[in-house]
Design a protein around this ligand. Structure first.
Ligand code: ZN
Length: 404
């Protein structure tokens, strides 16, 4: 095979050893998933209990030290595993209401504890040093809000460093100078991949380190890592990966950490049909990260190049939760009926610690350019205008019955 063609073929497929490892991780996930968490609303105190249990299981394989405390004095911990030359730094939940990856980190720790004698885990621990800071914003997590308790979006505090949480992140980064970093977030579950209307289950970004969005050795390595993650995840969710906008944001951590010399990949956990607690996306995070750790340990990730990442379609926002198509909307006061599409998004309502979901009409009219998680056929069905007014809460069971 000519060399160029050979390189191209290599760049678009995962090597079979890596593919087998990730498939095994995917297929056996239930056997090693951390069972202590099954809801995305967990507190700092619960996380501490879980980390203590995992510390017991991991023994000397993991050390846990307090990296500092939040503005409200909650402890923020740095976990260290492995003794290899390549340092991989992962931090999650700098936005308190974005916990998906924190759960995945617990799954990863449980997997390492269970499989410590496996060749893959041995390679990871011998060739890499894993540095993890789960739940960087515990005060925000307590309130299930994005910002810190001081009202700051930590991801705009990388330069001013006004929050203790931001200083901890920068402090760990500077102390260890890791080669590779993962900035772990959640995004709106209604982003789509390109304009195809398929939901973005995960979006990736190798952030820019300057306004020109140049490539240097650091960002190129980030793109190689992102490409490896892309090839791994495409085995399970092909067509559902999006690329996050790479406009340089001078105040954000991802962009600055790239600039400071750590190759950063942003992972945004998005949406998946019938997965409001994001448990499937948690699994994808876990499988993807463990696979990448191994690819870094054996250095196979470099051969994946940057193209698998570069060719991912952009994240776009064209998705609603439900669209009722072509319903006849009537008005009892004599205005003529109209044919309309009705877009409804589900909202979570918390009452006494219990979540319920209700629908709100968010768009109305010709919605033929939009997509939805659920498409309900309203053709030939009659809905009263008063029941589907824009911005109002709707009775979802009533609507469902009306278009059946
Ligand atoms: Zn975020």
């Amino acid at each position: 095979m000519p060399r160029l063609l050979f390189v191209l073929v290599l760049a678009m497929t995962l090597q079979s050893a890596e593919a087998q490892f990730s498939k095994r991780l995917f297929d056996t996930y239930d056997a090693y998933a951390f069972s202590g968490i099954s809801s995305r609303r967990f507190t700092h105190a619960e996380l501490m209990t879980h980390l203590a249990a995992l510390q017991q299981k991991l023994g000397p394989l993991m050390t846990m030290e307090q990296a500092g405390v939040s503005a409200e004095n909650r402890s923020i911990h740095l976990l260290k595993l492995g003794s290899g030359p390549v340092k991989i730094f992962l931090w999650s939940q700098m936005h308190g209401d974005e916990p998906t990856a924190t759960m995945a980190l617990l799954d990863i720790l449980n997997y390492i504890a269970q499989q410590k004698e496996s060749p893959e885990v041995k390679a990871i621990l011998a060739q890499t040093t894993l540095l993890m800071v789960p739940m960087l914003n515990p005060d925000g997590a307590q309130r299930f809000q994005r910002r810190t308790s001081q009202g700051i979006d930590m991801n705009r505090d990388a330069l001013r460093l006004q929050t203790p949480e931001a200083r901890i992140l920068k402090g760990v980064r500077d102390a260890y100078q890791p080669e590779i970093g993962f900035n772990l977030h959640d995004q709106d579950p209604r982003y789509t991949v390109g304009d195809q209307g398929t939901v973005a289950v995960i979006s990736l970004l190798a952030p820019a380190y300057n306004v020109e969005k140049s490539d240097n050795a650091v960002r190129t390595r980030a793109k190689q890592v992102a490409s490896t993650l892309t090839l791994v995840l495409e085995q399970f969710v092909k067509g559902h990966l999006g690329k996050y906008d790479d406009t340089f944001e001078p105040r954000a951590f991802g962009d600055n950490i790239q600039k400071w010399g750590t190759s950063v990949v942003l992972i945004e956990s998005g949406g998946w049909k019938n997965d409001p607690e994001k448990m499937f996306i948690r699994k994808l995070n876990c499988v993807g990260l463990l696979s990448v750790f191994h690819a870094v340990a054996v250095k196979s990730y470099v051969q994946n190049g940057t193209m698998p990442y570069e060719r991912i379609p952009m994240n776009t926002r064209t998705l609603y939760d439900i669209i009722i198509r072509g319903a006849t909307v009537t008005f009892p006061d004599g205005r003529a009926p109209i044919i309309a599409d009705i877009a409804v998004n589900k909202e979570e309502v918390r009452d006494g610690g219990v979540s319920t979901w209700r629908g709100r009409v968010v768009d109305f009219g010709d919605l033929s350019v939009f997509y939805a998680h659920e498409e309900w056929n309203g053709e030939g069905k009659i809905i009263e205008g008063a029941a589907v007014e824009l911005n109002d809460i709707v009775d979802l069971p009533m609507l469902r019955a009306a278009v059946r």
